[in-house]
Write a new protein. Structure first.
Length: 331
């Protein structure tokens, strides 16, 4: 079988990593790249840097990756759908739920693979964690808490921290719990002088009853990417920077310290740092997209799932504006 012909539009900070992985990926050939602003990182190699999605499509593509700014996702995605090109668009799916719905409708109408680049699902720590939750290693899940903090990324200009970073945590939380968000309450602040929020604290509840807590900001001098899942048998802590997964087991040893024994709850048990394979998440994501195009698997983040995530992000912003808990709109 001939390799799939793939095009890449958007050659910025994320686009350069897509180009690298696509060139390493068996079964695909990167045949065209495009960016109206040129190739600042020199990733084109011997390819001509095209200036539009129309020029990209003209190269004859089976699949494409769109790493353009969020505000361009709809325009670029609709053009690729109209041309019959399977497409992976970077997260969030679009700048608004209305635009996201149009993308979902366009790709579903053509029976195309439309995927959204919520890369955290492909982090080995989180992939292992989901399998362990499914296997019952945690028992009933009570809470999922995330912390995603770090310095401001100059590459982001058209959305705030909720849609850029917060959508990672919204997606991974619903995916780990295998349950949609039911409601959310949030507060935001803007401290960097930009028009968009740069810090958010949100708490929510999933349809399954699991409660959630999310801290996301661009104002911290230290980088932190943690997901903590607490349940009946203990807690898993996933660090998605290092792809480490640690299990904190509920204790079974009797507490002899009288003041501590008075607390009628769990006690500290063994802590185990789990040994897991650590492939690069972006490569795993591209393997899933390639295989979905070939009809071999279906574990990409679909555009409909990406739209659900965007709905929650917009509910976060609505809650912050109104000062009230917001029910998440049904899909």
């Amino acid at each position: 079988m001939a390799n799939l012909r793939v095009g890449l539009i958007g050659l910025g900070m994320m686009g350069r990593h897509h180009a690298r992985v696509l060139r390493e990926l068996p079964g695909v050939d990167l045949v065209a790249v495009a960016d109206a602003y040129g190739d600042p990182h020199g990733v084109a190699g011997g390819l001509t840097v095209l200036s539009s999605v129309e020029e990209l499509i003209a190269e004859g593509l089976d699949m494409a990756v769109a790493a353009v700014p969020t505000g361009m996702h709809e325009e670029v995605g609709l053009a690729l759908a109209d041309a019959g090109v399977h497409t992976l668009v970077e997260k969030p799916i679009a700048a608004s739920t209305e635009a996201g719905q149009r993308l979902v409708d366009a790709f579903e109408a053509k029976n195309l693979v439309g995927a959204v680049g919520h890369i955290e699902r492909f982090n080995p720590a989180l992939q292992s964690l989901r399998k362990r939750i499914e296997a019952g290693e945690l028992g009933d899940v009570y809470q999922i808490a995330t912390r995603r903090q770090g310095p401001f990324p100059s590459r982001i200009a058209d959305v705030g921290v909720v849609k850029d970073l917060g959508t990672h945590d919204i997606d991974l939380t619903a995916w780990l719990a295998q349950s949609r968000f039911d409601s959310i309450f949030a507060q935001v602040t803007t401290r960097s002088g930009r028009p968009h929020e740069d810090m958010v604290a949100a708490t929510g509840q999933l349809e399954s009853g699991v409660i959630t807590n999310h801290l996301v900001n661009w104002l911290s001098p230290m980088k932190e990417r943690l997901t903590i899942v607490t349940g009946e048998k203990g807690a898993f802590v996933a660090d998605t920077v290092t792809a480490d997964l640690t299990f904190f087991e509920n204790g079974t040893v009797a507490t002899e310290w009288e003041s501590m024994a008075a607390f009628r709850g769990v006690s500290e048990g063994n802590m185990t740092r789990l040994a897991i394979a650590k492939p690069e998440p972006l490569r795993t994501e591209h393997e899933a997209f390639r295989d979905a195009v070939l009809g071999l698997r279906t574990d990409v983040v679909t555009m409909r799932e990406g739209l659900d995530t965007l709905r929650v992000a917009e509910a976060v912003l609505e809650s912050a504006r109104s000062g009230r808990m917001v029910k998440v709109a049904a899909s």
